[in-house]
Design a protein around this ligand. Structure first.
Ligand code: BV8
Ligand code: ZN
Length: 244
C-alpha cells in the first residue's frame, strides 16, 4: 500500500494535504475525541460554541487557556515535518488544516490554510482588534491572567480567534480551500475523522474533480469510503515510510 501511495504522490502534479487533530496526536495534543471528559468532565463540542461562551465565558476561557498551555509545549512531529519537506520539494502545494495548533507553521510549512482559525490568536467581540499572542510576546501574561481578557482598544471581551461549532468558516479561507481542492490531482488526508463540515468536503471535491485520495489514519473514518489508498497506521510512521 505504501508503494502505491508513494507512486501516486510521485506522479501527482498538484498535491495538497488535508489534516485533522490526528496528525498532532503524536505531538501530545489530544484529538477532540481524545479530550472527552479529559477536561473537568466537559466535552469539547459543548465548550467550542458561541452559546457556551455567552453562557459562561470564564469556563470557555479556562478551557482555551488550558489548551493553549498544552499546545504551546507541543512540538511538531515527523508527519508535520514530512509535509513541510514535500512542500520544499515542490510536490505539495498547500496544507489545508482543521487544526488550530500552529504545528504546521512550526514545522516549516509555508502555504497553510487554517480552516478553523488559530488558538494563539484572539479577537475582540465588538471591534476589529486581533492579536497573535505568540507574535506579540504576550502569551505568558495572557495565560497567567485569571480574569476575562478585555480588548485594549475598546474594552470589550476578547475571544479565541477560532471557528466554533455553529459558526460559519471565514468565506475567503473556505473559497481558497475549495479552489485548491478543485485544482488538486491528489489529496493526502491525515488524521481526521471526516465528520466536521464544511471542512470534510475538501477530500470529496478532489475526488469529484478526478483527483486521487490517500488517507492516513489508524482507524476508518468518514473519508475512508472515498480513499483510493488507505494507510491504516499512525501519521508519523506512514509519513516516514512515504518519504523513504
Ligand atoms: C458550520 C476549532 C454553518 C475550535 C473546530 C448540528 C448543529 C450545529 C452544527 C451542525 C450540526 N450538524 C452538523 C453541523 C455542522 C457542524 C458539524 O460538522 N458538526 C459535526 C460534529 C457533525 N459544523 C459546524 O458547526 C461548522 N460551521 O457548519 O456553520 C453556518 C453557516 C452559515 C451561518 C451560520 C452557520 C464549524 C465547524 C468548526 C468547529 N471547530 N475546531 C477548536 O479547536 O477549539 S472543529 C474540531 O473538531 C477540530 O478542529 C476537528 O477538526 C474536529 C473534529 O475533532 P477530532 O475528531 O478530534 O479530530 P478529527 O476529526 O480530526 O479526528 C481525529 C482523527 O485522528 C480520528 O479519526 C483518529 O482515528 C485519528 N488519529 C488518532 N491518532 C492518530 C490519528 N491519525 C493519524 N495518526 C495518529 N497518531
Ligand atoms: Zn475591541
Amino acid at each position: 500500500m505504501i508503494e502505491e501511495a508513494a507512486k501516486l504522490l510521485a506522479r501527482s502534479r498538484f498535491a495538497i494535504a488535508f489534516t485533522g487533530a490526528g496528525i498532532s496526536a503524536e505531538s501530545g495534543v489530544p484529538t477532540f475525541r481524545g479530550f472527552n471528559g479529559l477536561w473537568k468532565k466537559h466535552r469539547p463540542e459543548e465548550l467550542a460554541t458561541p452559546e457556551a461562551f455567552r453562557k459562561d465565558p470564564h469556563l470557555v476561557w479556562s478551557f482555551y487557556r488550558w489548551r493553549m498551555g498544552l499546545i504551546r509545549n507541543a512540538k511538531p512531529n515527523r508527519a508535520h515535518y514530512a509535509l513541510a519537506e514535500l512542500e520544499e520539494m515542490g510536490i505539495l502545494k498547500a496544507v489545508i488544516t482543521q487544526n488550530v495548533d500552529d504545528l504546521h507553521r512550526e514545522a516549516g510549512s509555508r502555504r497553510i490554510i487554517e480552516l478553523h482559525g488559530n488558538i494563539f490568536r484572539v479577537r475582540c467581540t465588538s471591534c476589529s482588534y486581533r492579536e497573535n499572542l505568540k507574535e506579540s510576546g504576550r502569551l505568558d501574561e495572557f495565560l497567567e491572567e485569571k480574569d476575562l481578557p478585555k480588548c485594549p482598544e475598546c474594552g470589550s471581551l476578547l475571544r479565541p480567534d477560532v471557528v466554533w461549532f455553529g459558526e460559519p468558516l471565514p468565506r475567503k479561507t473556505l473559497e481558497e480551500a475549495f479552489k485548491l481542492a478543485e485544482r488538486a490531482d491528489l489529496v493526502l488526508v491525515i488524521g481526521t475523522s471526516g465528520v466536521v463540515y464544511p471542512a470534510a468536503y475538501i477530500p470529496q471535491i478532489v475526488k469529484e474533480t478526478g483527483g486521487k485520495v490517500i488517507e492516513v489514519n489508524p482507524e476508518e473514518s468518514g473519508i475512508t469510503p472515498i480513499a483510493d489508498v488507505f494507510l491504516r497506521c499512525p501519521a508519523g510512521e506512514a509519513m516516514e515510510k512515504l518519504m523513504e
